[in-house]
Design a protein around this ligand. Sequence first.
Ligand code: WT7
Length: 634
Amino acid sequence: MKTSDIHSFAEYEKTYQISIAQPEAFWAEQAEKLTWQKKWDKVLEWDFVEPNIQWFVNGKINITENCLDRHLDKKGDKVALIWEPNDPDEKCIQYTFKELHAEVGKMANVLKNNGVKKGDRVCLYMPMIPELAISIMACARIGAPHSVVFAGFSSQALVGRVEDTKAKVVLTSDGAYRGTKTIPIKTVVDEAVLSCPLVDKIIVVQRTGEDVNMQPDRDVYLHDELKKVNAICPPEAMDAEDALFILYTSGSTGKPKGVVHTTGGYSVFVDYTFRNVFQMEEDDIYWCTADIGWVTGHSYLVYGPLIAGATTVMFEGVPTYPNSGRFWDVIDKYKITHFYTAPTAIRALMAAGEEIVKPYSLASLRVLGSVGEPINEEAWQWYNKNIGKEKCPIVDTWWQTETGGIMISSLAGVTPCFPTMAAYPLPGIQPVLMDKDGNEITDNEVEGYLCIKFPWPGMLRTTYGDHERFKKTYFSAYKGKYFSGDGARRDSRGLYRIIGRVDDVINVSGHRFGTAEIENAINQNIKIVESAVVGYPHDIKGQGIYAYVILTHDAENESIENVKTMINETIIKEIGHIAKPDKVQIVKDLPKTRSGKIMRRILRKIAENEISNVGDTSSLLNPQVVEDIIQGRV
Ligand code: WT7
């Protein structure tokens, strides 16, 4: 028996029509499927100018009651979470819904004992260990918004995020295993909190067992704290519009913003989208390879699957350890039926060759998914042929940290899939394409800026501590509409293909960085006067980072190797390894408009190697630099 609501193409079409004609009734019907402590008074209040969005007004709900408690009766002994460690020889851990419920209760009591109260923000800087999934739910249990920071970010990046949320408690681990490496995690936190005076408690999970600095009165080990608690922790009654979590994401300015998701709408949206996109049956096993440090891990590794009562798999390691067959090995090991990953991972494993896939059966697979960036035709075909054996639908799911859940995607086995196309808007989602003058394009076979013209329950409500920024970033470019920052094409059938970002955001291996954010980090070098960063097509990463830098007079004779090392050092310090530039070009000057603005359009063309077509340079202050840059391209 499928847990979805839509089972045929005709049903999709009908549901979509109803959802657009009567969105409030449609979403109320979906919300009824969850357990509420108190029903809402009003389904929706909204204003995309202010902007102000509220769903299920005055409703009371706890997301963990929906993930856990309500399943205990019928499926308490069903496996909820399977954890696969980095080392394939280490024992995996499985939690039934009953066990997970108990673990979350205990962790919630640990948080309470350590001073966390409803409304307090808690920062989680942890590797992919079960305690991370348990902790986010423990926070939700007691109404403390969680802010997960991907454990690949640097201590500087962590400082910015901890400071912004004013978190007093940080959860972390001693270290992390990633492939052959052991990464000191606690050390990064130690360094960060030197600049975060508000942090008065660090709860440390022992994972690697190595010696770490434990500051008395501030740092405690989780295993010691767990001895002091029981598993009973009633779910806090949360207002539908109380914050559930904050997650930082990059935009076109230098400072990442805290995307705020609230409790009621997010729960309804991830539940509805998960069940209908993936179309799981009761005994299926679902694996999403995303890290919980990103929104995909929040919505479709933890919350969505658990609300739906599905078995979800969490993987600690990397796709290439002990070899590039690891994903396929794990699929066979657990008989995974639904597999959700990113194009960059597919391309990397594709590059490893078909031979590596051959020994694996992969016969359990029925549905494949893709997320995070546009999937190119070649990767789609490879995924379809070698992994799906041409019998699994591939859902290409378009969404964003800000949207909370899937917005445009085929529904597995229900609506058709087309290579490289996200295709169908989900029921309740009203995408529109806009032209550069701000008019809605209503025809088909067109390209435009992708906006959403009606609210959906999973959308962000604000950017933490800065509502003006929320308004400016998402609701100013096109009046009365949410602007995604993506460009898209609508084909003759009305289906969508996402082209990619049209703002100053680069999507590297599915991770978002602002060009300004990377430039700020590069400019920390005393030997660099100025820099400009653009994205360019990269075979594995989707987009690579191309940095143009101007050196100071004193540094003019530095070798390119030294310059790269220098740049990498500050990038690693300010952001993390994931943001290191792929290419660096030393330039004498950057193309600028008369008002001093860098002409990124030209730099992008050069990085893409489209040098015969750099466009009009006549409005530049310094058109002569373009030829020099073209000559020196790398
Ligand atoms: C950006 C959002 C969605 C969760 C993970 C990334 C790009 C995402 C697709 C897709 C084409 C996609 C967009 C979007 N993107 N999914 N299926 N096809 N592009 O979340 O870090 O907030 O990034 O990722 O450019 O704006 P994120």
